[in-house]
Design a protein around this ligand. Structure first.
Ligand SMILES: NC(=O)c1ccc[n+]([C@@H]2O[C@H](COP(=O)([O-])OP(=O)(O)OC[C@H]3O[C@@H](n4cnc5c(N)ncnc54)[C@H](O)[C@@H]3O)[C@@H](O)[C@H]2O)c1
Length: 346
């Protein structure tokens, strides 16, 4: 098993991220013997009956989906904790994808003003992205992640065993976030992804564990410096501004990772047009996405919907802040970009 440490500079809090295979059962047994409660994705519960507890006093079964990433679900988790005697020094263990993780973490940050949180991500997206960094939250009136907190876990346990049961669609959905992290931070890591495409598609354990650990380290290096996203953490939004437009136009029928893949292409087109990146970087990103089978072009149904781009949380009066992959995969934040200039690329 490999591990890495996240040191949040501002709060001086640190925690470990463990990446390995077939170790999760022991860690779950460890938490079962202690004062711990579990929020468990219902699908994961049915797939992994052998390793995950089903005791109704300790386990809150969470029916996932964005429609359940709500204040109501948060309240249900909080009520479950209260009814079953959780105290300030109890631990909440979240087992599931990003939706379970974000909702459970939000509840953990609120219960008695915050109890210990352990993240056990079971989707690739959650392993390379959402379980690390402490962003928690739920949707409000259809607006994604509109309310939430910054609340770091006390540890993250990533077992590659869970990757085996993901559909190809869910797998690629998550992999887009690893490409994003590489494209704005580390060309060597990007080249590693490129060189290992066949192993990645075959879900080879040792490659996936290296790749997940590196993605977590890269994300941690940003979060450590800028936990609350006032500066460098904005780089992790590469591809996401346009993705919001595509998701909104498609009424969320296009999966997030696929929208991010297309978003990376359109945002790179913008960067190329305005001299923030070069042809080599643009082509490397697009070629890798094509080789992995992502769509790289999108035809909006209604251009008005694409204006969701301007409703980006990072928007201000002068325009939006666009994170792009600059030359040699060095991330750049371009300020005051007019949404129309991006929409005109479609
Ligand atoms: N907090 C953050 O920093 C951050 C970052 C990126 C994304 N997110 C959030 O993450 C969410 C998306 O996460 P997601 O893509 O993991 O979605 P998800 O949690 O809905 O999981 C996707 C699907 O996979 C199923 N699943 C989970 N683990 C499985 C397994 N091992 N085998 C088979 N099926 C499994 C789930 O039941 C679900 O149907 C979004 O709400 C997004 O806002 C948060």
């Amino acid at each position: 098993m490999k591990s890495t440490v996240v040191n949040i500079l501002e709060t001086k809090k640190s925690y470990n991220i463990y990446v390995g295979s077939d170790f999760i059962q022991d860690r779950i047994a460890y938490y079962l013997e202690r004062d711990s409660f579990f929020v468990l994705d219902a699908k994961v519960a049915s797939l992994y009956r052998n390793i995950i507890p089903q005791d109704s006093k300790r386990v809150f079964l969470f029916q996932g989906g964005e429609k359940n990433k709500t204040l109501l679900s948060t309240e249900k988790i909080l009520t479950f904790l209260k009814n079953n005697g959780a105290l300030r020094d109890s631990t909440l263990v979240s087992i599931g994808g990003g939706i379970t993780g974000d909702t459970a973490a939000f509840a953990a940050s609120l219960y008695m003003r915050g109890i210990k949180l352990v993240q056990v991500p079971t989707t690739l997206l959650a392993m390379v992205d959402s379980s690390v960094g402490g962003k928690t939250g739920v949707n409000l009136k259809g607006i994604k992640n509109n309310i939430g907190t910054f609340y770091q876990p006390s540890e993250v346990l990533i077992d590659s065993y869970f990757l085996n049961s993901l559909t190809n669609k869910e797998y690629l959905n998550g992999f887009a976030e690893a490409i994003k992290i590489a494209a704005v931070q580390d060309e060597e890591y990007f080249d590693y992804l490129e060189d290992n495409i066949s192993y990645i598609l075959a879900r080879k354990k040792h490659v996936m564990e290296n790749l997940i650990l590196k993605a977590c380290q890269l994300k941690a290096s940003v979060v450590e410096q800028d936990e609350k996203e006032s500066g460098i953490r904005k780089l992790l939004n590469f591809g996401h501004t346009v993705a919001h437009g595509i998701e909104s136009d498609s009424a969320y029928k296009v999966h997030h990772g696929y929208a991010v893949a297309m978003g990376m292409v359109y945002e790179s087109m913008y960067a190329l047009k305005h001299g923030y990146t070069d042809e080599k970087t643009f082509n490397k990103i697009k070629d890798l996405l094509v080789k992995l089978g992502y769509p790289v072009a999108y035809k909006p149904k209604n251009m008005e919907n694409m204006l969701a781009i301007s409703k980006d949380k990072k928007a201000c009066k002068e325009g939006i802040a666009l994170a792009v992959a600059g030359k040699n995969m060095q991330g750049v934040i371009i300020n005051n970009v007019k949404p129309k200039e991006i929409i005109d690329l479609f």
